[in-house]
Design a protein around this ligand. Sequence first.
Ligand SMILES: [Zn+2]
Length: 322
Amino acid sequence: MPTKIDIISGFLGAGKTTLIQKLLAESFSGQSTALIENEFGEIGIDGVLLKQSGMKVREINSGCICCTLAGSFDSALKEVLRKYRPDRIIIEPSGVGKLSGIVEACARFALREDAEIDAAVAVADALKYRMYSKNFGEFYNDQIRSAKAVVLSRTQSADPETLQAIVSDIRQQNATAAVVTTPWDQLTGNAILAAARQGASPLLKHGAAAKAEHHHCGHGGHEHECRCGHDADEVFEVWSVQTPKVFRLDELDRLAAQLESTAFGTVLRAKGIVPAENGGWHQFDYTPGEWKKNEISAEYTGRLCVIGEKLDRNKLASLFGV
Ligand SMILES: [Zn+2]
């Protein structure tokens, strides 16, 4: 049986890790599964959560597997396939990766190896769809246009008219993708996967990548095909730090509230793993308007990461006191 490749993309904070955890628990529990995790920042945080569940995780950090790290991505796919021979390889691209580049890289890989693409999903937050599609369209809409299924998150909090408008916008960009609008807690992992298999990506035909309409933009020296757009690191930036600093839990809540202001630049995502004053460890996750923290097992050191535009590094460092 060829190894199945599932690509779970989604913009910063859309809920990719949550969806992967749901699929692992509800749909892939009897299968050997490996994960390739790409984080834009240099320190892995999302991978920790899945590693702690006993999963084989191969991390590729400090860049983006659709462009700057395309070579590393292909090697990682090969390595994971040879080393583990898993039933399934799940790929979690960075929130600013272009799904088109990743789908094409996987399709080329599948032509050479005993592997095939199964799901190619774009997770999109229904509450932030309009804002992100407008402000970061080059990355955001690329994910929508390349997916076999667009899985909307947080639809339970969206009003019906907004949701309807989002669905017609998705339809205009990608007529063949399945669009999942039912809140996730009402759906099984298998129902989401079934949708992802029914849909079709405009990029994938007959199981292989459709001939991509690349044009050459004249600056040679790249090993990969140039996509003639921006790389994520030309648009987004990361502030990250490793620190043993112990945080009070109420202090974390206060920090999250402060990130809402524009004083630190446009913060699109903040996440971290830190020791807490009660002796435990906490993982936190911030996206504009939303804040979550959970207890996790101890890690070798604390890590903080903020992704956004025009970040003020000094102010972020003093906010976190590091
Ligand atoms: Zn990229």
